[in-house]
Design a protein around this ligand. Structure first.
Ligand SMILES: NC(=O)c1ccc[n+]([C@@H]2O[C@H](COP(=O)([O-])OP(=O)(O)OC[C@H]3O[C@@H](n4cnc5c(N)ncnc54)[C@H](OP(=O)(O)O)[C@@H]3O)[C@@H](O)[C@H]2O)c1
Length: 265
C-alpha cells in the first residue's frame, strides 16, 4: 500500500445490526448513496452485510468494505484462517480494509502484522490498519507495516488531539467510531443551538464536525430516516467558530472501554 487510503468520509457502522434488519439497513444505505461499510468478525453479521451489499443496485468495486480481526484471531495461523472465513461469510473476493480490532496484550504485533501483510500482498485485503491503537502503539505498528488507518472512538465529547496531530503529520487516516456518542449529541445545548441555526439536526452537526476535519465517521443506524439524515450531514458547512465551539465540548467521555483496553493517550 502506498499513499493515503482512499475511504469515503461517511460510512455505515453495523455493530449490533443483525439478521434481516442488518441486510435491510446495508441495502437501504447503499441505495441512498453510502459507499463505505464497517463490519467485524466479532459483530456476527458479516454474512448479512454481504447479503445487503449484493441486494443493493451497486457494484462491489464501488463500495469500501472494512472488517476486523477479533482478539482470538491475531496469531499467524488464525489471521489467515479467520480472514478466509470472513471473506466466505461476506461472499466477497476481497475487503478494502482489514483492521486489528484491538491491540493484544500477549500476541506480538509483529506476528499479526506479518500475516496481515501477506494477505495484503495477495490483494484480498487491499489495505491493512488498526483500531483502538493509542499514538505510541500506532507509531510502533507503522514501523512494522503500512497500517495507515486507525479506527478509534471519536465524537464531540472525546478529543483525539494527539492522534489527529500524528495522523496529519504522517498523512494517515482516522475513522471515528461511536461518532454521535450513541445519540447523546442530540441532548447537548451547544450542538442543538448550532443545529437550529442551520435548520439541521444535532447528529448532523456532530458528523459534519468530524468529516469537515477529514476524519471519516461510521454512524450506525437501523432506521431509514436516520440513515438519510446521517448521509445528508455532508451538505452542511460549519464555520470556524462553530467548529471551535463543538471542539470545546470534549470532556474525556469514553463510551467503549472494555477490560482489554490499552492505556489511552
Ligand atoms: N473498532 C471498534 O472497537 C468499534 C467500537 C464501537 C463501534 N464501532 C463501529 O462504529 C459504529 C458506530 O458506533 P456505535 O454504533 O457504537 O455508535 P453511534 O453510531 O455513535 O450511535 C448509534 C446510535 O445512535 C442512534 N442514531 C444514529 N443516527 C441517529 C440519528 N440521525 N438521530 C438519532 N439517533 C441516531 C442509533 O439509533 P437508530 O438505530 O435507532 O438510528 C444508535 O442507537 C459501530 O456500529 C461499529 O461499526 C467500532
Amino acid at each position: 500500500m502506498s499513499g493515503i487510503v482512499e475511504l469515503p468520509l461517511l460510512g455505515l457502522g453495523t455493530w449490533d445490526l443483525r439478521g434481516e434488519a442488518c441486510v435491510r439497513a446495508v441495502r437501504d444505505a447503499l441505495e441512498m448513496g453510502y459507499r463505505h461499510l464497517d463490519t467485524a468478525q466479532m459483530y456476527d453479521n458479516e454474512r448479512e452485510v454481504g447479503r445487503g451489499l449484493r441486494a443493493a443496485a451497486v457494484s462491489r468495486e464501488d463500495v469500501f468494505v472494512t472488517t476486523k480481526l477479533w482478539l482470538d484471531n491475531l496469531t499467524e495461523a488464525k489471521v489467515a484462517v479467520s480472514f478466509e472465513e470472513s471473506l466466505k461469510r461476506l461472499d466477497a473476493e476481497y475487503v478494502d480494509l482489514l483492521l486489528i480490532h484491538w491491540p493484544h496484550s500477549s500476541v506480538p504485533l509483529e506476528e499479526t502484522l506479518t500475516a496481515m501483510e501477506r494477505l495484503q500482498a495477495t490483494g484480498r485485503a487491499r489495505a491493512i490498519g488498526v483500531s483502538n491503537f493509542p499514538t505510541a502503539l500506532w507509531k510502533r505498528a507503522l514501523s512494522l507495516a503500512p497500517v495507515e488507518v486507525n479506527q478509534v472512538e471519536f465524537h464531540p465529547f472525546l478529543s483525539q488531539r494527539a492522534l489527529q496531530a500524528f495522523a496529519s503529520e504522517r498523512q494517515l487516516r482516522l475513522v471515528a467510531y461511536t461518532p454521535v456518542a450513541k445519540g447523546r449529541v442530540s441532548r447537548d445545548p451547544t450542538i442543538v443551538e448550532i443545529a437550529r441555526a442551520h435548520d439541521r439536526s444535532p447528529v448532523q452537526v456532530a458528523l459534519r464536525w468530524l468529516t469537515q476535519q477529514g476524519v471519516a465517521a461510521i454512524p450506525k443506524s437501523s432506521s431509514r430516516a436516520h440513515l438519510e439524515e446521517n448521509f445528508q450531514s455532508s451538505e452542511l458547512v460549519l464555520d470556524e467558530d462553530e467548529m471551535h465551539r463543538v471542539s470545546s465540548l470534549a470532556r474525556g467521555l469514553r463510551m467503549v472501554a472494555p477490560d482489554w483496553s490499552p492505556a489511552w493517550d
